[in-house]
Design a protein around this ligand. Structure first.
Ligand SMILES: [Zn+2]
Length: 271
């Protein structure tokens, strides 16, 4: 069920933010338990961007041992051709971690770095995979083709309402040059507006009145990106809902809080 179809069917209840996604949905290709953002990867063959599906298991960080996190993310990075991966412990905040450049890692076991308690990472480093986890929250990939800098953000309602996307966009262009108009933004698989009924505190966080409503987080975030100066043509969104989609994804809400986590990833290989 997509927000557009809900509206077309004449559902009486408006989904806040859903219209902002009209025309932005792109196709991701599913293979080997991973959805790949093929439109970006076609623009630059050194870009590697996607997200694991539930078929690849649980990439949760907070409840996992450091050894299990290292094993899961090291395996993911190696399979994608990266010798280094940066993994955050997400806290629904707005802090952005700048991942430093390091000397290249040749072969062997991938280095799994912990980014600390942050919900967003940006970097100009090559051959370093950025990771973020999600299970209904929105994974957001950011890419400046002009400067080569990339970012990966986890945004649930708290982070979205508190402005983590705008902070990450600023983190990309402030330290690396470039301009909002040339940044690309992609919203990955997340809970759709039809599945995301929320109550008063969540509505109030975004400045909406009322006691209950349905929010499309990706649509609200798309509106934030546009307001920050990103071109509409540079914004895209996954078609997939983590809760009601046709491919196996982890959904916190649909599972009653028992879900694992998907791992979103974004990196740039060396030319
Ligand atoms: Zn849904």
């Amino acid at each position: 069920m997509t927000p557009g179809r809900v509206a077309a069917a004449g559902a009486p209840e408006e989904i806040i933010g859903a219209r902002a996604l009209d025309g932005l949905e792109v196709e991701e290709v599913s293979r080997e338990g991973v959805l790949r953002l093929t439109p970006w990867e076609a623009l630059d063959t050194n870009i590697v961007c996607g997200i694991t599906t539930a078929a690849r298991g649980d990439f949760g960080v907070a409840a996992s041992s450091p050894a299990r996190v290292a094993e899961a993310y090291g395996t993911l990075a190696r399979g994608l051709g990266f010798g280094r991966v940066s993994v955050p412990t997400q806290v629904h905040g707005t802090a952005i971690h700048e991942v430093p450049r390091r000397p290249g890692v040749e072969g062997g076991v991938p280095v799994v770095e912990r980014a600390g308690r942050v919900d967003g990472q940006v970097t100009g480093a090559r051959e370093c995979l950025l990771a973020a986890t999600a299970a209904d929250c929105v994974p957001i990939a950011l890419w400046s083709r002009a400067t080569g800098r990339i970012g990966l953000v986890h945004a649930g309602w708290r982070g979205a309402a508190a402005g983590i996307l705008v902070r990450a966009l600023a983190g990309l262009w402030r330290t690396g040059g470039g301009a909002p108009g040339e940044l690309r933004v992609h919203f990955g698989p997340a809970i759709c507006g039809g599945c995301y009924e929320v109550d008063r505190p969540v509505l109030a966080a975004f400045g909406f009145p009322g006691g209950r409503g349905r929010l499309d987080l990706r649509g609200l975030l798309a509106g934030q990106a546009l307001a920050a100066g990103v071109d509409r043509a540079s914004i895209s969104s996954s078609r997939h809902c983590s809760a009601c989609g046709t491919i196996p994804l982890h959904s916190h809400r649909a599972s009653g809080g028992k879900a694992g986590r998907m791992a979103a990833f974004l990196g740039r290989r060396r030319d």
